[in-house]
Design a protein around this ligand. Structure first.
Ligand code: AMP
Length: 423
């Protein structure tokens, strides 16, 4: 497939799908511009080559045209970061967009208005009455799929080549993230630099695995992580299941967990996962002790207890010191590490020690040559909170997209550029 480094954009117009879905405050100031900065290497390379940019993105989840979600709010900041005055088209498929795209000169850039102002971007009908019949729903879906073809064609018509740098939406088969790729030949579609890095990182934990491979899965609920855990059981040597999920496993094995978080309807599933790990020869590592609290708050009274001996009115809010040592030893002896989810309620400062210990063990393993990938909302927040983000191999920018990749699902945004099937 084509690569951005090998492609000369001189005299070419590139449609670049980015993820500029940044948080804005009530005055439309950007409160975190990480996502814009993440796309800059790609955008700058195209301009430096002498190409021009048609930048497409979504912002928020609008259900139609909404000022609140207009990309005009971020235009000045994009211009500042990019170092060129970016033009704006206030309707991504309007006449103005076509005229401005056609007039773009080498080194110039045009930002299109929020692609999700059109239902065709997501390909899902909008405005259906709540009591719509199945027939009506089906007809509306068919209609939007029909008009989606024109929408995609229009977007593709602006450009000579297509670059997808929006890993955050790679798990969606939307018009600008996947369908549009069909309108460009193999040599004229490619990943941007951010996407390339994400795809490589995912491949290192899903395909080109150097062993031993340890995955640390934390978080509150087993139910939200089942598919990931099941897929990882086919890949890893060590699986650390931690965080709130611990107590479902402890209770399933007959332990006393006090009022710790637990999914009582998932006890059988927990036992099933323990058996599956055994059958597959995976070393399943669970906590042996916990830092317990007499209330769900930062300044609750605390104590340490064996994980299966938690007194009635107490709950486990982090792992204890024995568990930290066990986890750390496993992690430090690994050559590939994936971390998703904290070991405890890391939002409370008194319950961060376990997550910090995991982060530090990962950093040490990385220093010793391991590849470490941290991804999925809360573990990214953890490494940022502990100042460890630049000491691991890679911190993924894609929450949902990364999780789906680890579940073993095909990501449409990636498959479409590679010319592989995804439907
Ligand atoms: P998730 O969104 O499923 O990845 O879970 C992350 C959340 O799990 C964080 O907000 C943590 O505070 C929470 N969590 C981790 N450990 C525990 C625990 N022992 N009890 C309650 N919540 C927890």
């Amino acid at each position: 497939m084509q690569s951005i480094d090998n492609f000369n954009f001189a005299g070419k117009k590139a449609f670049v799908r980015v993820d500029f879905n940044v948080p804005l405050d009530e005055n439309f100031n950007i409160t975190d511009d990480t996502r814009i900065r993440a796309a800059l290497p790609t955008l700058k390379k195209i301009l430096a080559d002498g190409g021009s940019l048609i930048i497409g993105s979504h912002l928020g989840r609008p259900k139609g045209v909404t000022d609140k979600f207009s990309l005009k709010h971020i235009l000045n900041h994009v211009s500042e970061l990019l170092g060129v005055e970016v033009q704006f088209a206030n309707d991504c498929i309007g006449e103005e967009a076509g005229v401005k795209a056609a007039a773009l000169q080498p080194g110039e850039a045009l930002l299109l208005e929020n692609l999700r102002f059109y239902a065709e971007e997501e390909g899902k009908p909008r405005g259906l009455a709540e009591d719509a019949t199945d027939e009506e729903k089906k007809a509306a879906k068919k209609a939007v799929k029909e008009s989606q073809k024109e929408f995609v064609k229009r977007l593709a018509s602006y450009a000579d080549c297509y670059v997808n740098d929006a890993f955050g939406t790679a798990h969606r088969a939307h018009a600008s993230t996947a369908l549009i790729a069909d309108y460009f030949d193999t040599d004229s579609k490619m990943f941007g630099y951010l996407m390339e890095k994400e795809v490589k990182a995912v491949d290192k934990v899903m395909k080109d695995i150097v062993r031993p491979f340890t995955a640390i899965m934390g978080g509150s609920k087993v139910s939200s992580k089942i598919e990931i855990i099941e897929n990882l059981l086919n890949k890893v040597d060590n699986l650390i299941i931690t965080g709130g999920m611990t107590y479902t496993f402890t209770k399933a094995q007959g332990g006393k967990i006090g009022k710790s978080i637990c999914e009582d309807d998932k006890l059988d599933l927990a036992l099933d996962l323990i058996q599956k790990a055994k059958d597959k020869g995976v070393n399943l590592v669970l906590a042996v002790d916990a830092k317990i609290a007499d209330d769900f708050k930062n300044d609750a009274n605390t104590a340490y207890a064996d994980v299966n001996e938690i007194p009635d009115e107490w709950e486990g809010l982090d792992i204890g010191p024995k568990t930290m040592e066990i986890y750390s030893n496993v992690i430090k002896n690994s050559k590939t590490i994936l971390w998703n989810g904290p070991t405890g309620v890391f939002e409370f400062d008194n319950f961060t020690a376990g997550s910090r210990a995991v982060g530090e063990a990962i950093v040490e393993a990385t220093k010793n040559g391991a590849f470490s990938l941290v991804g999925g909302g809360d573990s990214v927040a953890c490494v940022n909170k502990f100042g460890l983000a630049d000491k691991v191999s890679y911190v993924s920018t894609g929450g949902g997209a990364l999780l789906e990749a680890i579940e073993g699902k095909v990501l449409p945004g990636i498959a479409a550029v590679k010319g592989e099937p995804y439907k």
